[in-house]
Write a protein that binds this ligand. Sequence first.
Ligand SMILES: [Zn+2]
Length: 276
Amino acid sequence: MNGLHTLLFLVVSLAAALLFYRLWLWRQRSLIGRRPFPAAWEEILYRQLPLYRRLPPPLKNRLRQKIQLFLWDKNFEGCGGQQITDEVRVTIAGQACMLLIGRRGPIYPKLFSILVYPSAFVQGEGLFLEGDPNAIHLGESWQHGTVILAWDSVQRGARNAEDGQNVAIHEFAHQLDQADGEADGAPLLDSRSAYATWAPTFQKEYDRLQKRLEQRRDTFFDAYGATHPAEFFAVVSETFFEKPNQMKEKHPDLYREVRSYYRVDPITWIAPEEEP
Ligand SMILES: [Zn+2]
């Protein structure tokens, strides 16, 4: 009987500790999201991210809250002599959180570390090695909680917000894709009906890109997107945030799907459900 009591006591204590920890975490997160945003960070966002300058005030505010949570939660590590300054942290967090600006829920719950190199690097163990596997890389996204970025490429991608090339958006889109445990070009969607339209639209556009490349015709999306469905999702995400007008005009069905996933329209910066 004593043994049973001890076991019961242990189980109840463990459950209570777990509950307490979750409540503490929830409380911490809500406090951190409401902290005043440092003026120096705001200045970095203005200087580094033209996309930030375009946001209406309520979305600027939402992005700042998410950045606070991202920076509280994630570990940054400098590699190859790279210093981790607020400039590095805020610029990367700003772009990572741009992908979540319309979405509720946790901030990349499976991501723990961001490794930053000064410039293109040789690694070779990641899931997505952007470019030739034996060549230098601009970014990588690992299934087990790590994103690796080259700081010069991050800055270049951020400062030109209209060319559809943004390595940070690309790598964090891989993280969203990997959140369901599979890197297949389909992130976690909100409903079964969302998958019903997502899958055929994505497949059609992926096939179309591959076909145009085979025929040596011009493509709107970067050819790199044709190498794997996961790369297609990452490339489409870059294009969606940086060239939304052209994408909507040339690929309206795909634009609609991606917009309903990200829950924001980078043309109007209005959430789809709020549109008149
Ligand atoms: Zn990639």
